[in-house]
Design a protein around this ligand. Structure first.
Ligand code: ADP
Length: 477
């Protein structure tokens, strides 16, 4: 019971309304009705005192006359007036209010002269009540030496105030019912407004935990709920992004695995066929034996290159590639790469021009072995992918704290649509030509990672038939 927020709000409202109505009724009774009675009692006391005073200095033979004036007073003010002797025997009774006729009236209270008794009485189980004020007196009445007046009582019906108070009570209750119903509707409306966004949030989270699919919630409700919903939505979006990222990674991984197996299978398959032919007798054929052994050897070299590139990639991916940064001479490094590629470039009749600045005193900050790999890959690409008699230029521009290094050729160029993808693993513009030229399709991907590990970025510009330009920045001392 009372588990939901709206039932708690409604329950609180009902309790509050009931308490308010009860307090109103009680305070009305005390403040208005009781005050009225007190005031009326004071008036009755005054009348009693007036009667007492007049009886005290009454002349002889005037008693009856006096009683008739008391009757007049009783009629005028609608009072019942009763005078009793010390033994509670009636000396004078006059009822202006006939509802009370035949009532035996005696005062049983502890009597003490001058004392007042004020009480509210009901007769005949009647609805109507009376306010009764009695004063105990001690007056010898002149004409009747044995008659001693013991008490004067005036009583008057309270129907006026009772009618009024019933009326007011009725109005309070009617107002309370109207207020209650209106309040209940308003509270229901507001509690719905408050709980509807909460319910939506709960529903969405339930749905999410059931399906695992992130859901967005419509922003509604008060500012606090809007903030809450916006935060939950942001969280959902983040989960969705992470999930997509994970899916992408998974796709990447399986694609990579597929690529790797494919890349490995080709050279292994070739080696196997060459060796099979040799075993089946080819070894004795001087026309093919050396040629096939060479082919098998080339494929083994390719396998070797592929494996060492794969090791590099896996080290980069698992962030285990060890780098040792130091200041090094860029002139020396690039010259070494060009020297090591001399045989290949001469074979393809491609000229490599290194426009070095002999006055460059500054050393660049980097990992010698890895930067060697970068330049080797870039220059080797310019040789391998381009036709003979083309040119490779390596040059740099010095800025304040960086050296921008360019590797440029005037070869075949890369189609614009392939440019954004050439740094991806195994991406080749022309698959067959790349393989034939001994490429693994991993070179530029490794280059990109190494350059990024130097807190830099590699750029490429290329035009079909005009050539390709790679460049990146290195920090200088
Ligand atoms: P590969 O082992 O095939 O060279 P890379 O990752 O080094 O793999 O290069 C990706 C592709 O980019 C190459 O297959 C080639 O098509 C293209 N490419 C790279 N450098 C050049 C260049 N200098 N001129 C023309 N194409 C290039």
């Amino acid at each position: 019971m009372l588990k939901t927020l709206s039932s708690k709000i409604i329950f609180t409202f009902v309790v509050v309304i009931i308490v308010i109505v009860v307090l109103l009724l009680i305070s009305f009774n005390y403040i208005v009705v009781e005050q009225f009675k007190l005031q009326l009692a004071e008036e009755l006391k005054t009348e009693i005192n007036l009667i007492e005073l007049s009886l005290n200095d009454i002349d002889n033979n005037k008693l009856n006359e006096h009683f008739s004036s008391i009757k007049n007073l009783s009629d005028q003010l609608n009072y019942n007036i009763i005078l009793l002797d010390k033994n509670n025997n009636s000396i004078f009774k006059y009822y202006s209010d006939t509802t009370k006729i035949n009532q035996d009236y005696s005062i049983e209270f502890f009597r003490k002269t001058g004392k007042y008794i004020i009480e509210t009485r009901k007769y005949n189980n009647d609805e109507k009540s009376f306010l009764v004020v009695t004063k105990f007196v001690d007056i010898k009445l002149p004409e009747h030496p044995n008659l001693v007046l013991g008490s004067i009582t005036i009583e008057t019906g309270l129907e006026g105030i009772e009618k009024f108070s019933n009326n007011v009570r009725f109005k309070i209750i009617v107002a309370a019912i109207v207020l209650f119903v209106a309040g209940l509707l308003i509270i229901r409306y507001f509690s719905n407004r408050v709980t509807s966004p909460i319910n939506k949030i709960i529903e969405t989270l339930k749905e999410y935990s059931k399906t695992g699919v992130p859901q967005l919630i419509e922003t509604e409700g008060s500012q606090e709920f809007k903030f809450l919903i916006i935060s939950i939505n942001n969280l959902m979006r983040k989960i969705e992004t992470d999930m997509n990222e994970l899916k992408k990674l998974e796709r990447y991984r399986s694609e990579f695995l597929g690529n790797v197996s494919h890349e490995l299978r080709t050279p292994i398959f070739s080696i196997q066929s060459y060796l099979e032919t040799l075993i089946d007798g080819g070894i004795n054929d001087p026309e093919i034996n050396i040629k096939y052994l060479k082919k098998a050897y080339e494929n083994l070299e390719r396998l070797n290159r592929l494996l060492s590139d794969l090791i590099d990639i896996s080290q980069i991916e698992s962030k285990q590639m060890r780098m040792s940064f130091r200041f090094l001479s860029i002139n020396e490094l690039i010259q070494k790469v060009i020297d090591d590629l001399k045989i290949l470039s001469e074979q393809k009749e491609i000229q490599i021009v290194f426009e070095k600045d002999e006055n460059l005193k500054e050393l660049v900050w980097g990992d010698r072995e890895r930067l060697y790999q970068v330049f080797y890959n870039l220059i080797e690409n310019s040789i391998r992918h381009n036709p003979p008699q083309t040119l490779v230029r390596v040059y740099y521009n010095k800025f304040d704290s960086t050296l921008r290094i360019f590797v440029e050729d005037n070869g075949i160029g890369i189609p614009e649509e392939d440019l954004p993808r050439i740094f991806e693993r195994f991406y080749r513009v022309n698959k067959e030509r790349s393989r034939e030229s001994g490429g693994t399709g991993l070179g530029l991907s490794i280059v990109k990672h190494i350059v990024e590990a130097h807190e830099s970025k590699i750029f490429v510009e290329s035009k079909i038939g005009e050539g390709t330009k790679f460049y990146f920045d290195l920090k200088i001392a």
